[in-house]
Structure formats: C-alpha cells, structure tokens
Design a protein around this ligand. Structure first.
Ligand code: COS
Length: 385
C-alpha cells in the first residue's frame, strides 16, 4: 500500500474493497448477462458515502478529490468494471458543476449528488462529434428566461438512470468551439427524452443511451459558467475524469490478474500445476509489472490534480492511455492462461477482457490521449524556449 495515502483514504479503499467482494462480485455475472442496472448496489454505494467522496464538505461531500474517486473505482472494478461506473460516470456528470457552477448552483445540485439521491451523466458526444467534439450539432437558442435545446447526444453512460445531465451545446455556431456552453438538464424537463438504449460488448451492467432534445426548455439558471466556455468546461472535466477511467481499467487488470494467478496454481497439466512452467511465470511477472507501473502513473496523476498542479491534461491523459492498454493486455493474457475455459461465458475471466476494451475508447480514444499528451509536451517545450 503506498505510504502517501492518508488514513482516511486507506479506510475508504478498504471499504470499497469489501464492498466489491461482498456486494458487487456476487451479482456481476448476472448483471453482465442481463444488462440489469444494479439499483440495490447504488443504495449501498450511497450509504458508504462513495458519491460524496470527491465533493466539498460544504456541499454534503467528505471533501476528498480525484484520488478518492480513483481508489473507489479501482477497487469496485476489480469485481465489475460495469457496476463501478455507477460511481465513476456520476463523477463525470458532476465535475462540470464543480468546475463551472456558481455557489447557488452547487448548493442546488451537489448535496443530492453527494448523497447518491440522484445520479448524473455527461452529454458531450454526438453521432458526428466523437473525437472531434468541436463538431457538435446540438444547439441552445436563447428565448426569454430559457435556452431552447435541439439535438441528440449519444453513447451517454448512465443515460436513463441518471436524473441530471450536464450537456454541452452550441449557443453560437459561427464561433465554433468558443460558441459552446454547458447546461444542467434534469429528467422531466419538457422536450427532453431518452432515445435508443445500447446493447454493448462489455460494461453491460452500466446503462448507455441517447439523450434527445426537441425544443427542450432549459431555464437560464441552469446554464453553467459563461456562455462560450462550454468546450473548455468539457476539457477541464475530462482532465479530472480520465483518471477515473484509468482506475476502472486498472481495477479490471488487477481483477483479471487475481483470477489468473489463482487459476494457474490450481490447474494441472503434464502432471504439475501450470504455474510451475517458466513460460507461465514470465507471463505473470510481466502482467504484475505492468499493473504496478500503471498504478504508479495513475496515483501520480490523481495526486497532481488534487494538489492543483498546472498542466494536468498531460498526466491525466497518460494515466488513461497506460492503464487502459494494460487492462486490455492483462485481461487478454488472463484469458490465455485459462486456455479454452477462458473463452467460455461459464468462467468469469472473459468478461474482464470485454469490459477492458471500452477503456481504450471512451472519454477520448487512446489516439486522442496521445494528441493531448503531445500538445502538452510541445507547449511545455515552447514555454522553456
Ligand atoms: N483545459 C483548459 N482548456 C483547454 C483544454 C483543457 N484541458 N484543452 C483545450 N483547451 C482549450 C485550448 O487552450 C484552446 O483554447 P485557446 O484557443 O483559447 O488556447 C481551446 O480549448 C481549443 O483547444 P484545442 O485547439 O486543443 O482543440 P482541438 O479542437 O484541436 O482538439 C481535442 C482538442 C482533440 C484534444 C479534443 O477535442 C478532445 O479531447 N477530443 C476528445 C473528446 C472526447 O474525449 N470525447 C469523448 C466523449 S466525452 S465522454
């Protein structure tokens, strides 16, 4: 256990580990198979205080930061990367309020989010605006005391289970990304409805669906930050939330590794445990080394963000890039170690490989992370002169 964790963080991690073992693992396979959203676990997460772990005390949280979110997400993902998203994706939808909200807006929404009374989601992605987030077509037109939203957001994690969504829409298309703004849209707002629910390869316990806006009347009081700052708020949000994806990936890698090492010690072939073969031992050594190096980078990123370091985009993107690639490699190798059994739904290991894949794709593909990292490097080099 790293020495730099505070006593409170160690306790939180222990709580999340127990929750993963006792509550999440027993239902992971069923939720994966059926695509059921585990409301009963959300209640447990609320009681444990997970939703308030990264929210200031004055708004009902416990005053932690990204490190707390990372520790919880990592531990829960060891049991199920999909169920862990009930916390991590709510953080993604909440960060824009923390970043761009006024005191009044924070008082209005954060206590409900901190207690887990409601979940949140984040609406940036559209069918034609994935990596190219600047190409969004959703518009928000001013009309009296309202903004009128029209458009479609898709692939929205927590879509349909969240009650509050932070949405990025264009308030002035002639200004491109500098003409975008952020809004809070609550379930039940006239003109807001849910569209297609996605059937996914992995993270099936997490619900993903479209958000549809048809002349949706959003009060001006729900506008976050200054008009024109929507894209910047979205980028700042992703800087804080990508370590959450990294933590999900790391937990998936660790969970797959735990099952694999247990299996190779029990599985006997050629008259001995397969763990006695050096070829298998080398695989285990590589997997564990990758996991540890990914964890070091992720904790470094989380601590930098919480310490208010500048240029967090680079470390945040690096943590997501590294941890998600490690999750894919380790979970694939874990399936390999299980041999034919690993390929069967009957065994728990293939789920880790399916769950791992999305971490290389969402909140910016790993190709996008490389762009973010390279931009930061070049900016730093220029500043040094
Ligand atoms: N924090 C603050 N400001 C930021 C920022 C950040 N992390 N990232 C960019 N900005 C600012 C830039 O400083 C720039 O402002 P100025 O012109 O005033 O300097 C502005 O935003 C535009 O930035 P940039 O020129 O880098 O934007 P690009 O359109 O070239 O590309 C990428 C940005 C590709 C990195 C961005 O679109 C991105 O991250 N795309 C992926 C989106 C994503 O993750 N989608 C997944 C769905 S979200 S769940």
């Amino acid at each position: 256990m790293p020495d730099f964790l505070t006593e409170d963080q160690k306790v939180l991690r222990q709580m999340a580990r127990r929750m993963a073992r006792d509550k999440v693992r027993p239902i992971a396979a069923e939720c994966d198979r059926t695509g059921r959203f585990p409301w009963e676990i959300v209640e447990e997460f609320s009681k444990a205080g997970f939703y308030g772990s990264y929210i200031d005390e004055q708004y009902g949280g416990t005053g932690g930061g990204v490190m707390e979110l990372v520790l919880i997400t990592e531990e829960l993902s060891r049991a199920c990367g999909g169920i862990a998203l009930a916390v991590a994706a709510t953080a993604l939808g909440t960060f824009p309020i923390i970043i761009g909200g006024t005191d009044e807006q924070k008082e209005r929404w954060l206590p409900k989010l901190a207690s887990g009374e409601i979940l949140a989601g984040f609406g940036l992605t559209e069918p034609e605006a994935g990596s190219d987030a600047s190409n969004m077509q959703t518009t928000a037109r001013e009309e009296g005391d309202y903004y009128i939203l029209n458009g479609l957001k898709h692939f929205i994690t927590n879509g349909g289970v969240a009650k509050l969504y932070t949405i990025i829409a264009s308030t002035d298309q002639s200004k491109g990304i500098m003409g975008t703004s952020a809004f809070v849209v609550e379930e039940g707002t006239p003109g807001f409805s849910y569209g297609k629910k996605e059937d996914k390869l992995g993270i099936r316990a997490s619900q993903t669906c479209e958000l549809v806006f048809q002349d949706c009347k959003v009060p001006k009081a729900n506008s976050l930050g200054n008009p024109g700052r929507g894209f910047i708020t979205a980028m700042k949000t992703l800087d804080r939330s990508r370590p959450g994806v990294a933590a999900q990936a790391l937990g998936i890698a660790q969970g797959a590794f735990d099952l694999a090492i247990d299996y190779v010690m029990k599985r006997r072939q050629f008259g001995q445990a397969i763990a006695d073969f050096q070829g298998i031992q080398w695989m285990l050594a590589d997997m564990a080394t990758e996991i540890e190096s990914a964890r070091s980078l992720l904790y470094r990123a989380a601590r930098a963000i919480d310490a208010g370091e500048k240029n967090i985009s680079k470390l945040s993107a690096m943590s997501k890039l590294k941890c998600s690639d490690v999750a894919m490699k380790v979970s694939t190798d874990a399936v390999q170690l299980f041999g034919g059994y690993g390929y069967m739904h009957e065994y728990p290991i293939e789920k880790f490989m399916r769950d791992a894949k999305i971490t290389q794709i969402y909140e910016g593909t790993n190709q996008i992370q490389r762009i973010v990292i390279a931009k930061s490097l070049l900016k730093e080099a220029k500043q040094k002169g």
